[in-house]
Design a protein around this ligand. Structure first.
Ligand SMILES: Nc1ncnc2c1ncn2[C@@H]1O[C@H](COP(=O)(O)OP(=O)(O)OP(=O)(O)O)[C@@H](O)[C@H]1O
Length: 234
């Protein structure tokens, strides 16, 4: 289980994430929802060790990991897909995925893409020889998730996976995430502005407003709470 307790994160003297408590159990997809600029990316970066915590703690399967650096979090099984996706445009789709498991030069040279990855993402297999930069936005997002999966994570953090992607591919990514959750027994934490994706895939949601959790519950509870109009409508 991934858990934050009273987490505060900010930049310099300012704090943009306040006293946030969230939990993501194994086999769960949890969404943190909120409009632009409410602190969603900052929260994920704080969990991953990319930003220092100003206060509070992050626990991974009971262990306090609040001060670990990103490579240490990765070694503990936390995969991170940033909003920018960070695909290598000049190398092949296959090699982008292989990089996800790269812990040494030797390993990288020997490793193949595990078949299970292409079972989730058949379109990537078809394009395995194409350069990463030639993919559509949706395929780049799928490639970024595939690359993270190749490190065999037990927890996956996704920053706005639906951003800039056409609705049919967002739906496809949602279905792929549910299959990954069901088959691989991992926890998935998504931060999103896109209600459709979160409502379709999440087991539990938190709503963030100016850095604080203002509502939480199942997607059905969030929809009937009025939080959608108050905190999420644009
Ligand atoms: N590097 C930075 N330095 C200073 N302030 C920052 C920095 N990055 C983000 N902020 C501020 O922190 C606040 C939260 O930003 P954050 O990117 O976490 O929000 P978000 O909910 O992820 O928004 P978006 O949906 O646009 O990605 C914003 O007010 C933003 O201006």
């Amino acid at each position: 289980m991934l858990r934050t307790s009273d987490v505060q994160i900010g930049y310099g003297e300012s704090t943009v994430v306040w006293d946030v408590d969230i939990e993501v159990e194994t086999d769960q997809i949890v969404a943190v929802l909120g409009r632009n600029g409410v602190g969603k990316t900052t929260l994920l970066r704080g969990i991953m060790g990319l930003n220092d915590l100003q206060g509070g703690h992050v626990f991974l399967d009971g262990e306090n990991v609040s001060t670990l650096r990103p490579f240490e979090m990765a070694a503990k099984g936390v995969g991170y897909v940033p909003q920018s996706r960070d695909i290598f445009g000049a190398i092949s789709v296959e090699n982008n995925i292989r990089l996800g498991s790269a812990s040494s030069d030797e390993f990288l040279l020997k490793s193949d893409v595990p078949p299970f990855i292409y079972e989730y993402f058949p379109a990537l297999e078809e394009k395995s020889g194409a350069k990463g930069g030639t993919l559509s936005g949706g395929q780049k997002q799928q490639l970024a998730i595939a690359r993270a999966l190749n490190a065999d994570p037990s927890h996956l953090l996704l920053d706005e996976p639906s951003e800039g992607i056409q609705p049919s591919i967002v739906h496809e990514i949602g279905e792929q995430l549910k299959r990954i959750r069901d088959n691989r027994g991992i926890s998935v934490l998504i931060v999103e502005q896109n209600l459709n994706l979160a409502m379709a895939v999440a087991d539990y949601c938190y709503v963030l407003e100016t850095g604080r959790v203002v509502e939480q519950g199942t997607p059905e509870e969030i929809e009937s709470s009025g939080a959608v109009d108050e905190y999420l409508a644009v």
